[in-house]
Design a protein around this ligand. Sequence first.
Ligand SMILES: [Fe+2]
Length: 244
Amino acid sequence: MRIAIVSDIHSNLHALDAVLQDADNRSVDLYHCLGDIVGYGAFPQECCNLIREICDETVFGNHEHAVLFPEHSMSFNPDAKKAINYTIDQLNEDTINWFHSLEPHLVLDDFTIAHGSLRSFDEYVSDATIARLSLEILQTDLLFVGHTHYPEGYQYDLETKSARAMDLIGEGEAVLEDGLRYLINVGSVGQPRDGDPRAAYGIYDTETSKIEIIRVKYNLKAAADAIIKAGLPPHLSKRLYAGR
Ligand SMILES: [Fe+2]
């Protein structure tokens, strides 16, 4: 089975459409979402509709949490807070109820999905030391996360109890080996921050144990212009071009 993992769409409908089209062309059987469907971009309701239609399983991210509990979004910068207020205005009641039903992480057949880490939806896994904290308590051999908007991977050796960064950075593929645990960050569909403005997502092939991180060009100008038209902070539009 080929499973597409999408994360951090951030209301970027143009990027999400392009990723779903790309995944369809690559014969994907199933889709899962790692949260942060909303925030920053102009199309929160449309992105939620699409994710609910396409994805088999979805966990919530810190931006869904901020929509439900705006009083707990103290760590958000002023632009992100403005986008959360815009998002709250745009979402219908059914979507809010759906957010309430989502879990912070899910253990699926032979892998686990979470937004930030296994320890918290708001933890940024940015190095091997932090990755190890999730990998040592993982019940499966594979964990998919998002949140940092950096596509990358970490592996954990069960014998030595040590974690290290993989060569899988930005885009590319890796075949998972027995005896190791893996944490794979699939990057961000709608707001990449690794300097590459193309949308990012992952495909996991359960038969070959291969992980692919894929980058997809999309109509970036349309997404950026829509942010301005919606009255959102211009910085949120500009950063799409830089991929930062
Ligand atoms: Fe995010």
